[in-house]
Design a binder for this molecule. Structure first.
Ligand SMILES: Cc1cc2nc3c(=O)[nH]c(=O)nc-3n(C[C@H](O)[C@H](O)[C@H](O)COP(=O)(O)OP(=O)(O)OC[C@H]3O[C@@H](n4cnc5c(N)ncnc54)[C@H](O)[C@@H]3O)c2cc1C
Length: 400
């Protein structure tokens, strides 16, 4: 069965690869195998769409799948890859052959250390719907982990008037991605919106009691909440590949063209893929949406025109919506260094620029400043001087 291009994983990496193959003009068979039964949907809205709405944003409708001649095999997981036979085995024993395989099985939420009603993680549409159900009529939410997803959920809950306590073992959680000084502004953002921040603390015990869920924190606080969201990272969906012989240390190892190391006719995209990045002269895995889309386009191109492969050498990019801040992050940021910051009070907007040892812009952060984002991303991609883009942005800020 099957043949053509077989894509395992039907989220943004997999579906964008399928679409891009058709855009390239690939006329062979395209099959997407997806463990979940839902039609493919996007993940960023799960933590951004209002709590009283539906977070389901389709990546491919049934009609589009028919029009593009993409076969969707939903509700069935791959359990084994046999590279020597060019075959993938599904959970029900069905064996699919492929000419080219794309691994796009991404990651799952790192499981919460606790379970029971009202305790949630957030990775799938089912998680998002269960969380929204729990928060209907809730008065207090505990968020464990103040990374992007935790911070976005805290912000959504506050918009609904729900009291929020947020806990993270790091004293300044966002310092992990932007350094201490800017990270502190993000901690303050929670407090400005009335969140009880417990940074530098952990949850000692969490139990279901009459009237809710009681959490005892390591800083001595005790909170009684209606629901808990645990956002403590992700674990890669590599189990089905364990007997394949592929190199799986921190993801599926690929070259800059997306070809899996030591294998033929196999590519990997998205959160699961550790691509060699020429710009950084090292292999890296990126758990962000835009990276999955760009790798998908690149792999589709390289499957369609294998004799002239193109590399994917990205300026990393991620966005996040927290309260009234639209945040964008680019490139590589030396979080021990001090970025140059341009900011404006009314209306508030901010841009931070990191530079490398040669004075080239290497990374950036913007808040509520789309034009600065475009300028920064371009400058970083071109290896342009940090002081020049800083001066340009400073000039714009003054004029505004
Ligand atoms: C709540 C949330 C909010 C986010 N917000 C942002 C944001 O604002 N900005 C940003 O840049 N990024 C964001 N991200 C990250 C972004 O969504 C991911 O980087 C992106 O989804 C990765 O896509 P992927 O296709 O590689 O993997 P995934 O999205 O993890 O999809 C993998 C798919 O493979 C399926 N699968 C797994 N194992 C098997 C198997 N054995 N057989 C068949 N199918 C299988 C899974 O069911 C899943 O559908 C967010 C993520 C989440 C969870």
């Amino acid at each position: 069965m099957s043949g053509g291009v077989l894509i395992v994983g039907g989220s943004v990496g997999g579906i964008r690869t399928a679409r891009a193959l058709r855009n390239e003009g690939y006329a062979g068979k395209v099959t997407v195998v997806e463990a979940e039964s839902h039609l493919p949907y996007d993940k960023p809205p799960l933590s951004k769409a209002p709590l009283d709405g539906d977070a389901h944003v389709p990546l491919l409708t049934a009609e589009e799948a028919r029009e593009l001649d993409i076969e969707l095999v939903l509700g069935r997981a791959a359990v084994e890859l046999r590279p020597q036979d060019r075959q993938v085995v599904l959970g029900d024993g069905v064996v699919l052959d492929y000419e080219e395989l794309v691994i796009a099985t991404g990651a799952a939420a790192r499981p919460a250390p606790w379970s029971g009603p009202g305790v949630h993680v957030l990775r799938t549409i089912a998680d998002a719907r269960a969380l929204r159900e729990s928060l209907l009529g809730a008065s207090h939410l505990l968020v464990v982990g103040a990374g992007f997803i935790g911070a976005e959920v805290a912000s959504l809950a506050r918009k609904q008037g729900i009291e929020v306590t947020i806990v993270d073992p790091a004293p300044t959680p966002m310092a992990r991605v932007m350094g201490d000084e800017l990270g502190q502004r993000f901690s303050q953002l929670h407090r400005t919106h009335g969140v009880d921040t417990r940074f530098g603390a952990t949850v000692d015990t969490l139990e279901h009691v009459e009237g809710g869920i009681r959490a005892e924190l390591s800083d001595g606080a005790s909170v009684l909440v209606d629901a808990v969201v645990v956002g403590i990272g992700a674990v890669l969906n590599t189990r089905w590949l364990e007997s394949s012989g592929l190199a799986l240390e921190d993801g599926v190892e690929c070259d800059e063209f997306g070809r899996v190391a030591g294998a033929e006719h196999i590519f990997a995209v998205g959160d699961i893929a550790r691509w060699y990045q020429p710009r950084q002269e090292k292999a890296a895995r990126v758990e962000h949406w835009t990276n999955a889309v760009e790798q998908a386009n690149c792999v589709a191109r390289n499957i369609f025109a294998p004799d002239a492969p193109v590399p994917h050498d990205p300026v990393a990019y991620v966005w996040s919506d927290q309260y009234d801040w639209k945040i964008q992050l680019f490139g590589t940021r030396d979080i021990t260094g001090t970025p140059a910051v341009v900011e404006q009070a009314e209306p508030f907007r901010l841009a931070a620029i990191w530079q490398d040892a040669d004075g080239r812009a290497s990374g950036g952060l913007t808040v509520n400043w789309p034009k600065a984002s475009v300028q920064l991303r371009r400058t970083i991609a071109a290896g342009g001087p940090a002081d020049q883009v800083h001066a340009q942005l400073a000039g714009t800020a003054v004029q505004a």
